[in-house]
Design a protein around this ligand. Structure first.
Ligand SMILES: [Zn+2]
Ligand SMILES: [Zn+2]
Length: 250
């Protein structure tokens, strides 16, 4: 399986990366995980977004779903031959969210997307087995583990401290984990609970799950990513920061 980081900027697009978007490929099947703001353009470097095999949205915050609206326009109005509708898996409310943001007054996405609602559990998509688990985030959010040919990648989506993420990721070859926060200094207030992880928190989840390696992502542009990496490296030595354009072979 091959992972391409299309977008990894946390909470919104940054100067060097769009918001969250990852392309996962195996045996010719192309699956897009999240399509945050700014991601559709760079995704075109790696795949024709109109013909990807599936789009999986972890949750409906704008930095994870908003360029689904741009894909809606691209698919619907491209002058070329109309490809088949794209399989879109997202939390309950996905259709309404995309319509509200991308086609106000519209009633139907079925010319562009075949929408299925996510829930915790396992299903097959092409060569992948996908298992979802609810994370600890203010809206309904799903982490996902993808397995193909005996290799596994787990993506945290957005989450605060989350025992379910540890269970989902157990023994994965790679954990792609958000690290939005930084640990507060001695006179700083604690980070808000049930929202995001720090670099140290991501590494603690990765260590508890016994993963082969940790990829740190979703770092907002106002954070010092070197500090985030240093926090994680105190807990785990098999960790690195991802960048837009990074690729990983599992
Ligand atoms: Zn986010
Ligand atoms: Zn979020």
């Amino acid at each position: 399986m091959k992972l391409t980081v299309v977008g990894c900027s946390g909470s919104g697009p940054g100067p060097d990366s769009p918001a969250s978007c990852y392309l996962v490929e195996h045996d010719g099947f192309r699956l897009v995980l999240d399509l945050g703001n700014g991601a559709l353009g760079p995704l075109r470097r790696y795949a024709d977004p109109r013909t990807v095999d599936a789009l999986v949205l972890s949750h409906l915050h704008s930095d994870h779903c908003l360029d689904t609206c741009a894909l809606l326009v691209l698919h619907r109005f491209h002058p070329g031959p109309r490809p088949v509708p794209i399989r879109l898996l997202g939390p309950p409310g996905t259709t309404e969210r995309i319509l509200a943001a991308g086609d106000p007054g519209g009633r139907d996405l079925s010319d562009v997307f075949t929408v299925a609602e996510l829930s915790a559990g396992t299903r097959r998509l092409g060569p992948f087995e996908l298992t979802w688990a609810r994370t600890n985030h203010p809206i309904e959010t799903y982490a996902v583990r993808l397995t193909a040919a005996g290799r596994s990648l787990t993506y945290s989506a957005d989450t605060g401290d989350c025992p379910a993420l540890v269970e989902l990721a157990r023994g994965s070859d790679l954990l792609l984990c958000e690290a939005s926060f930084q640990e507060p200094g001695p006179r700083q207030p604690a980070n808000p609970p049930d929202l995001h992880l720090s670099g140290r928190g991501a590494a603690e989840h990765a260590a508890a799950a016994g993963v082969g390696g940790l990829l740190l992502t979703h770092i907002p542009l106002w954070q010092d990513s070197a500090r985030t990496l240093a926090e994680a490296a105190e807990i785990l030595d098999r960790c690195e920061l991802v960048r837009s354009g990074s690729t990983y072979e599992l």
